[in-house]
Design a protein around this ligand. Structure first.
Ligand code: FAD
Length: 426
């Protein structure tokens, strides 16, 4: 049994937007003609610095503008077959291949100098396997995933807020969001995955086949074991209406409000997911409750919410679950248009706020921050201000429990036929 986690602290600083993109460096190792020919023979359209510099330069960008790396070539896959052929070429020419799903790694890990950048955002299908399980392409982004599940039986998936984060990196790295205390981490929901290994073989991992590979992929991080092309995931029902809320206090009230939050949040019912953030001018408590606002207010007031210092502002809204996701994506990620749930699909005519130049650092803590630590946080923002922020996520609930291993046979599906002996794994 994992120990019960109480608080995860995410220290994020600096979100300076840079209007102009840095140009590719001259030190890039170009792809050899042989490699380009092999990739083209594999059916991939290949971008290099010399073939189309402008498109290459735009296509190598990831969310964090701080990282300006120069891949030997950039290729796009739209099927597991494409990935297999591309990996075999890279192996033949002894060149690393780095997969990119949503490009949201804080440290820009999806792009490597001199490697072939394999963008899998085109592998983005969603298909319900039965009423509670879906098979998704590993390149699908969270917004289209949430919308697709909602439109296929009002199902929900516990994961992060940003609609442009990719499943490939998110599900392999953990993935935490406002309903995680109720249902667990995103990686806990993986029932089966398909992965292309370093030999270009397509292998399956589930409770029976390559179960150690499945375990390693549930939080071990992407980019090292192979290239995942699809996940079979567990999905959940949620109440028709949920409550989302945001309360702000003056920065000078950080200590009593943060102290209150960290004392109570880990013990609140699992239906209540909350965050606490500190900015240069205010302290903010926000979250989602899987139920009506009257029940939420009772939970909060029973734990002293009404006795806290005077609030700068308070906003509680009861919304259908999908509208609540849209609201959060619009307010924190600038998703537009904010009135139409279809914008979660990130199709033409929609936009999310642009990339930024930032440094983020996170830490898990299983005990409350002491008074001196809270004072330090408050003073840092009071004295230094800036565009950075400090954020803590309350954990516990289902996040503390080990995921239940689902037997695919129970879902009425035979074990996948493309089983390979474990010796063929990377
Ligand atoms: C704006 C923003 C908001 C975020 N919000 C949240 C949040 O609410 N909750 C949360 O938990 N996290 C959040 N994150 C962190 C995010 O979940 C991780 O950075 C995640 O790894 C991003 O996945 P990606 O596919 O978009 O990234 P990528 O950069 O494409 O990939 C990340 C890593 O996984 C590898 N990888 C990608 N696809 C595959 C694949 N198919 N097979 C194998 N390896 C692969 C890459 O090579 C890289 O090493 C946020 C990040 C940002 C920038």
């Amino acid at each position: 049994m994992r120990s019960r986690l109480t608080v995860i602290v995410l220290l994020v600083s600096c979100g300076l937007s840079r209007a102009t993109m840095q140009m590719a460096g001259s030190g890039a190792t170009p792809a050899t003609a042989g490699l380009v020919q092999c990739l083209q023979g594999a059916g991939a359209s290949v971008l290099t610095q010399s073939s189309d510099f402008t498109t290459y330069n735009a296509s190598r960008q990831v969310w964090n503008e701080k990282f300006q790396r120069n891949p030997a070539a950039i290729v796009y896959a739209s099927s597991a077959d494409d990935v297999q052929r591309i990996v075999r070429c890279c192996r033949q020419f002894d060149v690393n291949v780095s997969p990119r799903s949503g490009g949201h790694s804080y440290e820009g890990y999806a792009v490597e100098d001199g490697a072939v950048l394999l963008d899998i955002s085109g592998i983005n299908s969603l298909q319900m396997l039965d009423s509670s399980h879906a098979i998704i392409g590993a390149g699908i982004k969270l917004g289209p995933l949430y919308l697709g599940l909602w439109q296929n039986g009002s199902r929900a998936f516990p994961a992060g807020v940003c609609p442009a984060v990719g499943a490939g990196g998110h599900l392999t790295g953990g993935g935490v969001g406002l309903i995680s205390r109720k249902f667990g981490l995103a990686s806990d929901q993986i029932v089966e995955l398909e992965m292309v290994d370093a030999n270009g073989n397509l292998i399956t991992a589930n409770a029976h086949t390559n179960s150690d590979l499945l375990f390693a992929s549930q939080g071990g991080g992407g980019g090292s074991l192979g290239i995942i092309t699809s996940f079979t995931i567990q999905t959940y029902p949620v109440p028709e209406m949920v409550t989302i809320f945001t309360t702000n206090w003056d920065l000078s009230d950080t200590m009593p409000t943060l102290g209150w939050w960290q004392e109570h949040a880990p013990a609140w019912p699992a239906e209540l997911g909350t965050d606490f953030q500190v900015f240069s001018s205010n302290a903010q408590f926000s979250g989602m409750y899987l139920g009506p606002s009257s029940d939420l207010m009772a939970i909060l007031n029973n734990t002293g919410y009404q006795d806290l210092p005077a609030k700068q502002s308070e906003d509680f809204q009861e919304l259908p679950y999908i509208a609540a996701l849209l609201h959060n994506a619009a307010s924190s990620q600038g998703l537009k248009p904010a009135e139409d749930i279809n914008s979660l699909a990130l199709g033409p005519g929609t936009s999310v706020s642009g990339r930024s130049f930032f440094k983020a650092k996170s830490q898990l803590s299983n005990k409350p921050i002491p008074q001196a630590g809270m004072q330090l946080i408050q003073d840092a923002f009071a004295n230094e201000g800036g565009q950075g922020y400090w954020q803590a996520h309350a954990q516990g609930g289902a996040i503390s429990a080990l995921p239940v291993r689902v037997d695919l046979k129970e879902l009425g599906r035979p074990a996948h036929p493309s089983f390979c002996p474990s010796s063929s794994r990377v």
